[in-house]
Design a protein around this ligand. Structure first.
Ligand code: 4AZ
Length: 852
């Protein structure tokens, strides 16, 4: 917070001035003058007066300096307290009612009295205001308030400590408040259970507009809706604080389910918070959210009591659509929170799973399997994260099993077992921050055979024997890859692992100690391998000289240099070539004429996220260049990508005539842009006819070489957040082996499976050309690029053809079209990557044919 230069400072200064004014010597001078004092005495007095004036001036200067450096800060605390001698009335939910106003002013007054007993608080106290009241199960009233202090910076922690001490006094452990505050005098209110804490500075920013405050009371069987002002037609306002107070009947919780959440992705700027209170008390934050969240993410929150506060804070820039959420009341009792579990196996979860568990809840399970057996608990999913949590001691939310605490995120299939037929599990969530929790299975096992027919990993996971020493970490702790004897088709890593030979020199450090990536070129230690095969000393990198001769040593540097053009340099519009690797649309003007930063309305998408074989549902709008090509009478046949408002790019093999179908005829096709689920058009979906198809003249239907075609839409499409072009990479754009890239499409989800309904996405890696060619019987031409997961299981498949292989450029955050789905040996097979059309090879052809 900014130190404040306000009136308080001035009045303090005046007061201090007066305090330093007892100039006794002045009156002494006057008295002595009357008595006609000697010259020596007068001289002495004058000296004393001069010294006093000097001291005063120095004092004033010091004080002035002190005030300049010691500004004041506004500290706002929020809290709640129970009024035990006041019965709840419905009027207290209406802040306009007389009853509300009377009780509110009495509470504010008494809070002031509480602070008046503590010097450090009374000195800096400004005001308190009641924010709301709610009802407890025993008909008492809970008051929610804000208290404001104007505090010198140096006193800020003293104020925090004093506030903490007050809370302890009026807190739950003492029962009633301290005698001086808690005695019932006349109609004084009795306070109890105080919870308070500083309010997040972003919420008290004085520049925020505060005219949005909504209150709702939920009733059984009813579902209400809250949404950001203007949602979904208008973006939310800048610099605004909005709040929604949600109440339920006593004995219930609030259940809040987000059906849409689309905010700026940086939570420092715009964010939503849910509180387990009606005041924004820091220690009662249930969760903070920002960015985009897909509707199938299940953002469901529960309060511990019968209230919840939702706040939205926005800053000056970048306004997004906002949010919509449903709220309802549910009974406090949650099914499946603890109990006795018996039998040979079973499952149990954190309360509310897969929704977020509520704050302030504890569940205890006693698991018992038949006598003579032992029991193991396997966590299929485990996530109990919260800010400032120590993953070692887990003092906040935790799960305790065998007296050992777990918190944070754990890999799937984490196992804990006991040496008896019983195991105790405790789940605990504290007052603040919640997470999704866990899904666990328990299972009885024979003590002498914990993994029947399988290999037991060190972490107690059981894996198939065939997975031992196959180069993959199937256990999760690498124990299936230790103590292996490498076969002739393995690389022997220095650290003892064996990895498939195919993985050698593919740009990925598979061994972990880089053994598989060493000696790939012919450079000596301390040298770096240039793309043209030369070796140069490492210290010559980024020294401003083109030591490699092809610019490699100057291509990954903060500043690019002008070079003679080669296949490794980027050519600017003025025909000069620069050394920087992939400078196109990266936000820095690298060319003298700035041409590397023109035509950059591409490759961005509004949604982040936090079939294809082995993929997952994408988020609607996540791949706005993805197109579904339908053949009349056949439905979805191929994928394509938007590259401008009237051109698509797809695979040539999608538009070749067969005996029965004329795929090369534009009128046979319908292109669906902005589509997410097949046969479910949304407001974003645009159907277009095709005016022209240009297949690459050198497409070879036997080898799939030059597998690229352009399609011109019959009319231009309006580009929007769900329909947006991907960036076309320059001819010299590098997609190095090992780079992560995304495949997307509605193709088959298994080699012999059926098409996907929802657009699928999967992450794969670029595979080294030589490795790929070896794996694919030397059928990979220089016009092709390979990508996949050599372990198998993740791949493009039939129906994905023509669709994009998108590569995220980490510097610019833009996605570039690295490839077009072209062919493969089956789908998702081990050591059979997908083969894609290498788009960089066709940059000038695309420009010549389409002007894009
Ligand atoms: C196809 O039939 C196809 N695994 C596309 C991609 C791949 C295999 C087949 C890659 O269209």
């Amino acid at each position: 917070m900014e130190p404040q230069e306000n009136g308080v400072k001035n009045s303090l200064q005046n007061r201090e001035d007066n305090q330093s004014m007892p100039f006794l010597p002045v009156s002494d001078v006057q008295k002595m003058e009357k008595e006609k004092l000697s010259c020596r005495t007068i001289l002495l007095i004058l000296l004393v007066v001069l010294a006093a004036i000097l001291a005063l001036t120095v004092g004033l200067l010091v004080w002035h300096f002190h005030l300049r450096t010691q500004g004041r800060i506004k500290k706002v605390f929020s809290g709640s307290l129970t009024i035990t001698n006041q019965r709840f009335s419905d009027y207290y939910e209406d802040c306009e009612s007389t009853q509300y106003k009377e009780l509110a002013s009495q509470v504010s007054l008494q809070i002031k009295v509480i602070y008046s007993h503590v010097p450090v608080l009374s000195k800096y106290y400004e005001r308190s205001s009641v924010q709301a009241f709610s009802e407890t199960i025993d008909d008492s009233v809970i008051a929610y308030y804000l208290s404001e202090f104007s505090v010198p910076v140096s006193q800020a922690s003293a104020v925090d400590e004093a506030m903490y001490a007050i809370e302890q006094n009026v807190g739950p452990r003492q029962g009633r408040m301290s005698p001086s505050l808690g005695r019932r005098l006349g109609n004084i209110l009795i306070f109890n259970d105080m919870i308070s804490g500083a309010v997040d500075a972003r919420l008290v920013n004085s520049t925020l507009r505060r005219n949005y405050k909504f209150t709702h009371h939920s009733h059984t069987g009813e579902i209400g809706t809250i949404e950001s002002p203007g949602f979904p037609d208008f973006p939310y306002l800048s610099n605004t604080y909005a709040e929604w107070q949600l109440r339920a009947d006593p004995g219930h919780r609030i259940r809040l389910e987000f059906t849409a959440l689309n905010l700026e992705k940086d939570c420092h700027n715009d964010f939503i918070r849910m509180y387990n209170s009606l005041a924004p008390t820091e220690k009662q934050v249930i969760a903070e959210k920002c960015g985009y969240h897909t509707p199938n993410e299940q953002l469901i929150y529960l309060s511990s009591g019968n209230v919840m506060l939702v706040t939205l804070v926005t800053n000056r820039e970048k306004n997004y659509p906002g949010f919509r959420a449903k709220f309802s009341q549910v009974p406090v009792q949650i099914q499946g929170c603890g109990g006795k579990l018996t039998g040979m196996n079973g499952t149990f979860t954190s309360p509310g799973f897969p929704s977020q568990y509520p704050p302030q809840i504890r569940c205890d399970w006693d698991i018992e399997v038949p006598a003579g057996k032992h029991v193991k608990v396997k966590f299929r999913q485990f996530s109990m994260c919260e800010p400032d949590q120590s993953s070692h001691y887990c003092p906040k939310d935790y799960l305790e099993i065998n007296n050992k605490r777990m918190c944070g995120e754990k890999p799937a299939n984490t196992v804990h077992s006991s040496r008896t037929n019983q195991i105790k599990v405790t789940f605990f969530s504290d007052m603040s921050y919640v997470d999704q929790g866990f899904f666990a299975q328990f299972e009885a096992f024979e003590p002498n055979d914990p993994c029947p027919g399988k290999f037991q990993c060190n972490n107690e996971v059981c894996v198939n024997h065939l997975l031992k020493c196959d180069g993959y970490d199937d256990c999760g702790d690498m124990s299936d890859e230790r103590n292996c004897v490498c076969e002739e088709f393995h690389v022997k890593c220095k650290n003892g692992f064996c990895k498939p030979k195919y993985w050698q020199c593919d740009g990925v450090n598979d061994c972990g100690d880089n053994t598989d990536e060493e000696n790939c070129g012919h450079c000596k230690a301390g040298e770096t391998l240039c793309r043209n095969g030369h070796c140069v000393p490492k210290y010559k990198m980024c020294d401003g000289h083109n030591d490699c001769g092809d610019g490699t040593d100057e291509s990954n540097c903060p500043k690019s240099i002008v070079l003679t053009c080669s296949e490794y340099t980027y050519k600017c519009k003025n025909n000069k070539c620069i050394s920087k690797q992939n400078p196109q649309c990266d936000g820095d003007e690298d060319c003298e004429d700035g041409s590397d930063e023109t035509d950059c309305d591409c490759g961005t998408r509004p949604y982040k996220s936090s079939r294809i074989v082995g993929g997952q549902d994408s988020v609607e709008g996540e791949w706005p260049w993805q197109v579904s090509l339908h053949m009349k009478g056949q439905g979805h046949v191929c994928g394509a990508s938007v590259i401008s408002n009237n051109w698509l790019v797809t695979a040539a093999h999608c538009v070749q005539d067969t005996e029965n179908f004329k795929y090369s005829q534009p009128e046979q096709w319908e292109a669906y842009l902005g589509l997410y689920t097949q046969s479910e058009s949304s407001k974003w979906t645009v159907q277009k006819r095709i005016k022209q198809i240009i297949s690459h003249p050198e497409y070879d239907h036997r080898t799939y070489d030059n597998d690229i075609a352009l399609m011109k839409l019959d009319s231009a499409v309006n580009l929007n957040q769900n329909i947006w072009p991907v960036c076309l990479p320059a001819a010299t754009h590098e997609f190095p082996a090992g780079q992560e890239v995304w495949i997307t499409g509605w193709g088959k989800t298994r080699e012999y499976g059926s098409l996907a309904s929802v657009l699928q996405k999967a992450e794969v890696r670029i595979i080294n050309d030589t490795v790929c060619n070896q794996l694919m019987n030397n059928e990979v031409t220089p016009h092709m690029i390979c990508a996949g997961v050599l372990a198998g299981g993740v791949d493009a498949c039939q129906g994905d053809s023509g669709g994009p292989l998108s590569s995220l450029d980490p510097d610019s955050g833009r996605l570039f079209l690295a490839g077009l789905v072209s062919w493969g040996d089956g789908c998702g097979r081990k050591n059979k990557p997908g083969v894609y059309t290498r788009v960089t090879k066709y940059r000038s052809w695309i420009r010549e044919e389409s002007g894009v």
